[in-house]
Design a protein around this ligand. Sequence first.
Ligand SMILES: Cc1cc2nc3c(=O)[nH]c(=O)nc-3n(C[C@H](O)[C@H](O)[C@H](O)COP(=O)(O)OP(=O)(O)OC[C@H]3O[C@@H](n4cnc5c(N)ncnc54)[C@H](O)[C@@H]3O)c2cc1C
Length: 476
Amino acid sequence: VSGIGAQPAVTHYDLIAIGSGPAGRAAALQAAQLGRRVAIVDRGPAMKGTSTTGALPAKALQAAILEVTGVAPGLRLNGADTAITFDDLLWRAPQAIEHEQDAIRDQLRRSRVDVQTGTAAFLDSHTLEVRSGAFSQRVSAELFMIAVGATLTRPPSVDFDDRTVLDANGMRHLREIPGSLTVVGAGVIGLEYASMAAALGSKITVVDRSTRILEVADDEVADGLGYHLRGLGADFQLGQEVVGVERPPRGGAVTHLQSGASILSDVVIYAAGRDGATAALNLGAAGLQADHRGRVAVDDDFRTVQPHIFAVGDVIGSQSLAGTSIEHGRLAALAALGKPVRSPKVAFPRGISTIPEIAFAGHAERELAAAGVPYVHGRAAFRQLARGMISAHRAGFLKLLVHSQTRCVMGVHIFGPAATELIHIGQIAMATDLTVDSLANAAFTAPSYADAYRIAALDATSRLSETGVAPISAAS
Ligand SMILES: Cc1cc2nc3c(=O)[nH]c(=O)nc-3n(C[C@H](O)[C@H](O)[C@H](O)COP(=O)(O)OP(=O)(O)OC[C@H]3O[C@@H](n4cnc5c(N)ncnc54)[C@H](O)[C@@H]3O)c2cc1C
């Protein structure tokens, strides 16, 4: 490390991951496991990717709200209970974050991955400058993983003060539960916070320029969440463009819509968009260019137009989820190091910490329909399950999408409690070409949420026998 003005030494690595979030870590650890000399560069003082600063606190908040609202998403706080603060709800989050960061540091140390602290910028296509305050150093590598994640969009027309007008990381900084909350953005993060605030008794308004909510999810799941939130008094202003958010002197915040309408609420959370965090990277020096939203284009192996530079996780603008980013990092490192890459057929599971939870893997119904794939669905409503009744969880369902001829599971969509755990049964079923008959005949503990797989599989098999389509083997 050199002071400014001194001649910096260059340390050389086989692979450098820029960013210590889930994508960069997974790539670095995979390369280290294969015996390569690896470094991770992060501008943060600790291992603080968005998953520990954003996703983990969001999950901690969701868990606490489920506990204080009696674990049932329909039961809301009322009367004296509303004196509860966000500090009360988040008391476990700092320990969880610290624990996670310690575990990450320990894992990197044991895997002999060097950690360099500072903001990275390309000097040329094989060299980075890593700058931290007055100090800078140079590092070079054969291979790079750009894993810088995304930054929350903060348009100038929105008068953020991080107290009444907040970005998507802001809800956990609120002192009190707002009486009314406007959430701009009906995507994953916006709906996570909207559903949590609704469970706490806030009056919710969700605004989005799209006419659909939660576009990443299967339509029936998105509709299920919308129906549930409307039942808690939420108002959806869809197909509406937000032109600005202001803070009037009398308090609260006013969200102005292009239609001329405006919404007054105690608090606004602006959760409409995240841009690739590539501004500081000096991509041009490496012969790369980001698009207008800071995103880096890659091929199926996560390779950029420079064959030795890969990009993974939120910066490529795909699913923007922690689990997906981990898999990107792992697959990209394998591709970069010339190792066989797992079949792309394997479905990534995706989890969303709404209340109730959402998780899915494989194809959505609209994709199968558009591709002309013959399929049937099988459904199990959680209110059919003794386990659901015991916990007072009546909202929710599990849906299987089954190929009409091979009888293999092609998609699993879950809306309801424990969805982010249950999804892995479906993921394994898809990865191993399990037929719906195997799921229908499987033994599950009872009463359990997992039993929804058996009920949904039975529903699908009875639809299959109604269609009379001749079965063919999965291999044909
Ligand atoms: C509020 C919120 C809630 C979320 N909830 C969920 C959820 O429930 N489930 C889920 O799966 N996902 C959730 N996510 C998304 C998830 O956190 C991200 O998809 C995931 O963290 C992306 O991983 P990544 O490695 O691509 O980037 P990040 O985790 O963002 O890591 C990028 C790292 O790069 C570093 N960096 C950036 N630029 C530079 C530079 N020039 N030099 C050096 N270092 C740099 C940053 O400091 C950061 O540590 C949530 C996100 C937010 C914001």
